[in-house]
Design a protein around this ligand. Structure first.
Ligand code: BGP
Length: 471
């Protein structure tokens, strides 16, 4: 069997997001975020106020239990822990004059707890949790003033955590705006949103992201700041050149975001795209200069690949915000996301060939229904061999990509502890190494249990990948 090797100092770990785990949605001065009024997930309509069926209001109560959870991450040997800062804990309305000290203190304590075990925090500045007020009052990122609010927020947290946080991500899955504009605080329904407003909002986010890179580097020159996109390789359904072109165009829609971040300017093909859409980006003086602040690394989530077809009768399936035409060669998860470990090797090579910048896989994992069983010692566990297989097969392809020459900083599995899912806001869609006793109806003790995969991942980290099994 082939032995795999990962770089020394490879950052093994796991990832979550504030809105999916913290709960405590109105404690210690936190304002509401869009997540507090979307009980059924990202694509479903907003409610007028938080409702009890919204599992995110309590999450997995990480806000009160983070010390025990981080201890478990340390037991697995994590070198890095990715989480996000809830913007509305720091600036409850987004446009406040001064930050909320209680919110800042919470993250001080959280990062200290990580550092106590030698775990580096990797912090997403904005992970789908824009303050609700910014959505309602400004229609989110369509409004240029958001750049200023974000700048203030970013400066506040860079300054506050400069001795504690070295690794930062600006926006989670920044290309998600194409598929779910509400995640960028845009209240206008997607079908009514003009291309002009959409791409103007994208421009504002790109400028804000580059500004964060600039400010972050000024405040702490040692910090490493990356962008983050949904990573989905797009295959043509057939070798028909029309399908190939369609796949190429869909892939470019996402690459536009990494191109700007990693090259410091809009790519040449953007001109044609904007012309065809009738879009004219309103640039302010200085924007082009700001965009030149390139990221230090490119990060992405990886769950699946997708197929494209020029045939309008081929209907899309399910997926992480985008669902492609189903690939007849792949199986899917219980939620219909097609599983494709080799696609991860492909996208790693594609992004590295394109940018020659370090990469970071900051989400990957299998959302599945788990069954809690007695473990024979009086406690409980989950025999999640399906999750172990999924992660093993993906990591084998990561190792192949490293052998191909890709420079990879680290790998954080998504939902290292069970959290509320983003797309459907369920708890039964579990990704964790740690089971959380909470159910879709809100019942449960919130107790934590180690799954079989907990011990598997511990061994993978301890052996720096040598314990992976090739097919
Ligand atoms: C990504 C998000 C995460 C996360 C993950 C899994 O889009 O960045 O927040 O939740 O997908 O998706 P889901 O929770 O819908 O299964």
């Amino acid at each position: 069997m082939k032995k795999y090797s990962f770089p020394q100092n490879f950052l093994w770990g796991g990832a979550v997001a504030a809105n999916q785990c913290e709960g405590a949605y109105n404690e210690d001065g936190k304002g509401l975020s869009v997540q507090d009024v979307t009980p059924k997930g990202l694509m479903a309509p907003m409610t007028s106020e938080p409702t009890p069926d919204n599992l995110k209001l309590v999450g997995i109560d990480f806000y009160h239990r983070y010390k025990d959870d981080i201890k478990l991450f340390a037991e697995m040997g994590f070198k890095v822990f990715r989480t996000s800062i809830a913007w509305s804990r720091i600036f409850p309305n987004g446009d406040d004059e001064t930050p909320n000290e209680k919110g800042l203190e919470f993250y001080d304590n959280l990062f200290d707890e990580c550092l106590k075990y030698g775990i580096e925090p990797l912090v997403t500045i904005s992970h789908y949790e824009i303050p609700l007020n910014l959505a309602k009052k400004y229609n989110g990122w369509t409004d240029r003033r958001l750049v200023g609010f974000f700048e203030k927020y970013a400066r506040t947290i860079f300054e506050r955590y400069k001795g504690k946080v070295k690794y930062w991500l600006t926006f989670n899955e920044i290309n998600s705006i194409l598929h779910a504009p509400l995640l960028s605080g845009i209240i206008t329904p997607k079908e009514n949103l003009s291309k002009q407003d959409l791409f103007q909002a994208i421009h504002h986010e790109l400028v804000a992201s580059a500004l964060a890179v600039k400010i972050g580097h000024e405040i702490n020159p040692d910090s490493k700041i990356g962008c983050m996109v949904i990573g989905i390789p797009v295959y043509p359904l057939t070798p028909n050149p029309d399908d190939v072109i369609k796949a190429f165009e869909t892939e470019r829609e996402s690459l536009l975001f990494t191109d700007v971040h990693a090259r410091g300017k809009y790519p040449s093909y953007a001109k044609r795209l904007f012309k065809e859409y009738g879009v004219e980006i309103k640039m302010e003086p200085g924007d082009e200069e700001i965009l030149k602040n390139e990221v230090d690394f490119v990060s992405f989530s990886y769950y699946m690949s997708m197929c494209e077809s020029a045939d309008p009768d081929k209907k899309p399936g399910k997926g992480n915000l985008m669902g492609g035409v189903p690939n007849p060669y792949l199986k899917a998860s219980e939620w219909g996301w097609q599983i494709d470990p080799k696609g991860l090797r492909l996208i790693l090579n594609q992004l590295y060939d394109r940018y020659q910048k370090p990469l970071f896989i900051v989400e990957n994992g299998l959302g599945a229904k788990d069954v809690l069983v007695e473990d024979g010692t009086g406690s409980k566990t989950v025999i999640d061999d399906y999750r172990i297989k999924y992660l093993n097969d993906h990591l084998v392809q990561v190792a192949e990509a490293i052998e191909d020459g890709v420079e990879l900083m680290g790998y954080t599995t998504w939902g290292c502890i069970d959290v509320v899912s983003a797309s459907t806001a369920e708890l039964s869609k579990r990704y964790g190494f740690i089971y959380v006793d909470r159910n879709d109806d809100g019942s449960g003790t919130l107790e934590r249990y180690k799954k079989k995969s907990f011990y598997w991942y511990k061994e993978i980290i301890a052996t720096n990948g040598e314990a992976l099994k090739s097919e």
